[in-house]
Ligand binder design. Structure first.
Ligand code: KG4
Ligand code: ZN
Length: 364
């Protein structure tokens, strides 16, 4: 089966072709970072308009590259698309991100994906963005197998889930306020590091002392809850507020100070994530931990979770850093898993700006 994947939920236009026999044939990402950086964050209307400009040209490029890749020996050939840029080119389905995300941005990918599928007479499948992230490590060699524990960390979500199979998700904990990626973005803004904040904090932190400022590790201390276990939920807004207070009281935000604050913030966030993973691994007895979503690109977090799982006799799985953040490959892959299980969008199309992953139908 060969699936075209389209991701337009936020500020990245991602397109890919996944082949169930041969793996990923082609993938491209167009990032809108330069467009939004002057505003310090994503401007939804500008995001939608840019997806409209970029999605079809990107699809044409990816289909051409996939045709070239599949004309190499082994397997059937994918017809190159002609000058007019139309033709299903050996595709068996089209997967598009239907939510959660920015409604206008999602509508672009949904309209293009379902329109092309209708015109080409192939099925369309509406993919849940976080399910895409969740399955992204399966694009790597030596992938995880169900069941496993998953930590999903992105700009909009922080959650720990017990994953029994495709669509069999039990949420063990999630953020009660800001997502961890959001905390990275807001902290970067406070420090004048710009957008997107995660990579900027990680870069600045390299020159800093992670022990310099003792920022809080919210919802990790049993003492403060009078012995009651704080559980597997997360809270990151207090951490961001602690940084804000420090910044307000600090007259000079010179580069060494910024580096120390960035490193101390990053350390606090990683401490919380690692501790909750440890508790969840203990609680479930899981031996595999899948970590995905934009924040999983963070090298310090990766190193910490490698070390933790090794110590506990478990294994950790990440997508390649390029597929930690939003991309079309994970959508093509998740779409293939859903189509293979007999699920596809029926008629018309819809998007869901808010969409709980636990409400997805089980498929395997
Ligand atoms: O998954 P993603 O690309 O988009 C959403 O679904 O939200 O995640 C984006 C988030 C942003 O908050 C960004 O700052 C964060 O991931 N991020 C990072 C790193 N790279 C991206 N956070 C920490 N360290 C990084 N290296
Ligand atoms: Zn994402």
């Amino acid at each position: 089966m060969r699936i075209l994947g389209i991701e337009t939920s936020c500020d990245d236009t991602g397109v890919a072709v996944y082949d169930s026999d041969r793996g990923l044939l082609a993938h491209r990402l167009y990032s809108q970072t330069a467009l939004h950086s002057q505003y310090g964050g994503v401007v939804p209307e500008l995001a939608s308009r840019d997806h409209i400009r970029k999605t079809l040209p990107l699809i044409r490029t990816v289909l051409t590259e996939a045709a070239i890749a599949s004309s190499l020996p082994r397997g059937p050939r994918l017809d190159p698309i002609g000058e007019a840029g139309v033709g299903p080119g050996g595709l068996d389905g089209i997967a598009y991100t239907a939510g959660p995300g920015l409604a206008g941005a999602l509508l672009v990918g949904a309209a293009i994906g379902s329109g092309l599928a209708r015109a080409w007479g192939i099925p369309a499948v509406a993919v849940h963005h976080m399910e895409g992230h969740l399955l992204s490590p399966m694009l790597e060699p030596d992938p995880p197998t169900f069941p496993f524990l998953a930590l999903l960390v992105s700009g909009g979500h922080t959650l720990l889930a017990d994953v029994a199979g495709l669509g069999r998700y039990t949420i063990l904990g999630e953020s009660v306020d800001d997502a961890v990626g959001e905390a990275f973005d807001k902290t970067a803004k406070l420090l004048g590091l710009g957008y997107p904040g995660g990579p900027a904090i990680a870069r600045a932190a390299r020159a800093g002392d992670p022990g310099k400022y003792p920022f809080p590790r919210p919802m990790t201390e049993t003492k403060k809850t009078h012995g009651a276990h704080p559980g597997l939920n997360f809270s990151f807004s207090g951490l961001k507020t602690a940084v804000a207070t420090l910044v307000q009281n600090n007259k000079s935000l010179d580069p060494p100070t910024v580096a120390d604050i960035a490193a101390s913030f990053q350390q606090a966030a990683i401490d919380v994530l690692a501790l909750k993973c440890q508790w969840a691994l203990d609680q479930t007895g899981a031996k595999q931990l899948v970590v995905a979503g934009g924040v999983s690109a963070n090298e310090k977090l990766r190193a910490r979770l490698w070390e933790l799982t090794e110590r506990l006799g478990a294994r950790v799985y990440f997508p390649r850093p390029e597929f930690s953040t939003d991309n079309g490959a994970m959508i093509a892959y998740a779409g293939w898993r859903r189509l293979r299980a007999g699920q596809s969008a029926t008629s018309g199309f819809g998007v869901q700006a808010r969409w709980e992953i636990a409400t997805l139908p089980p498929a395997e």
